[in-house]
Design a binder for this molecule. Structure first.
Ligand code: ZN
Length: 454
């Protein structure tokens, strides 16, 4: 925003009076003068709502906005139905353009299977095929469906260059490394996934994988007490090829062990603050401080239930329902409500939905989280670990979205709230992408060094 030249608007008498007041007769005249001018300016100019919005709009336009976690449905990457259209999901190209969202990590997600075949070659093949379909869908968007609107980035530098051309930027994050398979395939597939464009990867999702415990172990117990032996090798290989380690879903112990092994900074691609919302998915203070010490970044997530948690009674009712219907660790109640495939029969789903409605009536959900609640989590993290270690994510199309930032078209509201809280343009730039791109560049550098050693 341009600075208003206030004095020219002041009545002449006041200008004269002010000028007289500034005639300080000491040797420190200049210093006093500028101090007086500064305080007069601050006092005379409380920023109006209109000015605040204009200022935020300028900042939103100038900074590179990057959301580290947007899920996809491969069915939205076909000629007849794709992201160039105004689909009902939360991220599409028209929504990114309208909301000024410049860059997005699209997610290659694989549900953690727990059936008898889950950790056999059959289960791994299933998971691998799912992952490859997602990789191919994302590349189809940038090469065939909308190459004039969005381009694929393989480095932090690419992100900046593509944005400078006026195009949207696509990147890939892998949520759950389960598709890497067993000892025979896992290590070579890390490189394969890198070549397919993966730039961050989490070793588990909901439920333990062959590589790592999940945060869900807090409720159901641990499998590895952190990382498995193969998981530890995978972390080293991710360092070597240049994939950021994402600790958003793995357990706290898995994160701490990853930090022991990694030679590069790591990220939480979509997590909130546990001190403000007690969910096992969120980062407690010790985890936040560990991320800072590692020079990593916590991408705070705009996900309702991770920003505002349920009452103790409501949580107890959900736990009782899980026990009663024998819902496995990977069956998500949010998924059941959303109609997502969670591996239960339609009949069972209907019964659970009926009980969920009863629980909702008896112990109502907290009011939906707003952009203010979201920025409360950002504020907390910034105060705890500093402006250089915090970022922004939505988890759109994977359960994310809050009042005011409910899809990519509303992205400006986040910047507006940050401006309202007094964040500078420089700091907003760091939150929106600067910190994440710094980590990404560091990971690239470490990979080059490790590769040079061999
Ligand atoms: Zn997730």
């Amino acid at each position: 925003m341009k600075r208003t030249r206030r004095p020219s608007l002041l009545p002449l008498a006041l200008v004269v009076a002010l000028a007289a007041a500034f005639q300080a007769p000491t040797a420190f005249a200049d210093q006093t003068n500028s101090a007086n001018k500064a305080s007069a300016k601050a006092a005379a100019k409380p920023i109006s709502e209109e000015q605040l919005i204009a200022k935020a709009k300028g900042i939103h336009q100038r900074v590179l906005t990057l959301d580290t976690h947007n899920d996809i449905d491969v069915n939205n990457f076909a000629f007849s139905r794709n992201y160039t259209q105004e689909l009902e999901n939360q991220v599409t190209l028209p929504k990114m353009i309208k909301g000024g969202l410049d860059a997005s990590f699209f997610i290659v997600y694989t549900n953690q299977a727990t059936d008898a075949e889950a950790f056999t070659s059959v289960g791994y093949k299933r998971a691998y095929d799912t992952a490859i379909n997602s990789f191919e869908a994302i590349h189809r968007m940038t090469t065939v469906l909308a190459p004039n609107l969005i381009e694929f980035a393989r480095t932090a530098d690419d992100v900046v260059k593509i944005h400078a051309k006026g195009k949207k930027v696509a990147l890939i994050g892998v949520e759950n490394a389960y598709p890497l398979g067993d000892e025979k395939t896992a290590i070579k597939r890390v490189k394969e996934f890198y070549d397919r464009g993966a730039r961050y990867m989490s070793l588990a999702h909901q439920g333990h994988s062959q590589l790592s415990d999940s945060n869900t172990g807090e409720a159901i117990g641990w499998k590895w007490n952190g990382l498995s032996p193969l998981g530890k090798q995978v972390i080293s290989e991710m360092n070597r090829v240049g994939i950021m380690v994402d600790i958003s879903h793995p357990s706290k112990e898995s994160m701490m062990q990853s930090l022991q092994i990694t030679k590069a900074p790591i990220i939480a691609s979509h997590s909130a603050v546990r001190a403000l919302a007690d969910a096992s998915r969120n980062l407690d203070d010790e985890q936040l401080l560990a991320l800072k010490a590692n020079n990593g970044v916590a991408q705070i997530v705009a996900f309702n239930t991770y920003l505002k948690t349920d009452s103790a009674e409501r949580r107890a009712a959900f736990a009782a329902l899980r026990t009663e219907f024998k819902l496995g660790e990977t069956v998500s109640l949010v998924g059941i409500r959303r109609g997502a495939p969670v591996g239960i029969s339609e009949e069972l789903r209907e019964q659970v939905l009926k009980r969920l409605a009863e629980i909702d009536a008896k112990y109502p959900a907290p009011s939906r989280a707003t952009v203010k609640d979201f920025v409360d989590h950002i504020d907390y993290a910034v105060k705890k670990i500093g402006i250089d270690h915090v970022g922004i994510s939505s988890d759109f199309d994977g359960g994310g979205g809050i009042e005011g930032w409910n899809d990519a078209s509303e992205t400006f509201h986040v910047t507006l709230e940050l401006v309202r809280r007094g964040y500078s343009e420089e700091h907003i730039g760091k939150l929106w992408s600067g910190n994440l791109l710094r980590v990404m560049a560091d990971v690239e550098k470490v990979a080059k060094q490790l590769q040079a050693k061999k």
